[in-house]
Write a new protein. Structure first.
Length: 59
């Protein structure tokens, strides 16, 4: 799922990529709105979600 959202292959999910994913898939991820997902998953506050943060959030 991470690779599907990280369309530029940077290893980080940026807000633009989340917005594009949300538009394509109904605006939610794991049952949360995208802004809530970013707040929950982005542990270092840089407004990007790394693979490590993504995995930590989902476990």
């Amino acid at each position: 799922m991470f690779a599907q959202i990280d369309t530029d292959g940077s290893g980080e999910i940026r807000l633009r990529e989340l917005r594009d994913y949300g538009q394509a898939y109904g605006g939610t991820l794991d049952g949360l709105t995208l802004p809530d997902f970013v707040r929950a998953a982005d542990t270092d506050g840089d407004r990007r979600i790394t693979l490590t943060e993504f995995k930590s959030y989902l476990t």
